[in-house]
Structure formats: C-alpha cells, structure tokens
Design a protein around this ligand. Sequence first.
Ligand code: FES
Length: 103
Amino acid sequence: DTNWTDALAAADLPGDDVIGVAVAGRDIAVYTVGDEVYATDNLCTHGNARLCDGFLEGHEIECPLHQGKFDVRNGQPTCSPVTQALRSYPVKIEAGRVFVQVD
Ligand code: FES
C-alpha cells in the first residue's frame, strides 16, 4: 500500500540545508531541519528554478529566482510571489538510508 523509494544515504544528508535528488525519475528537494527530514518537488511552482539552489532558513526554503518562500514541512507558500503549493512527500530513515514515498 506504500511505495517507498530509496533516495540517498542518511550519511549524505546535509546539516540544516537542502539538496536535489533524483527519486524514481523525479527531481526532489530533500531538506534537513535539525533532526527532521522533509521532501518536496524541487522545481518552484512559480517558475523555472530549483529549490535546491535556494536558501533554507528554519522550515522555509527561499527560491533563488524571485525569493518566494515555501514551508518545507507541507509545501505551502509562505511569501510572495509564490501562490501555489509545492507537492510534499513523506520521508523515513531506515537502516541508514533515506526513503521518499513518491507515489
Ligand atoms: Fe521561484 Fe519565481 S521561480 S519565486
């Protein structure tokens, strides 16, 4: 009933930062905030920019192109000009690997 895809090694997670990872053919942004790990689509909903090239501050990712912001916990927009939510994905860490539920 669940479809977890192995995304990367937990040891490769950045500390309080974001990285772009290909997961099951999708461009996914993986974020760490303290001990928590979150995943959303990497492409900004406002334009052609990858959020892994942006700046993570607390639970907010700032888009590098027009400085719109999203809450990485649920993909909701928190600062203009973004208005459309990012898709977010469940994440789990098991046996030293990070899994993302993309479907
Ligand atoms: Fe991300 Fe415009 S492309 S805010």
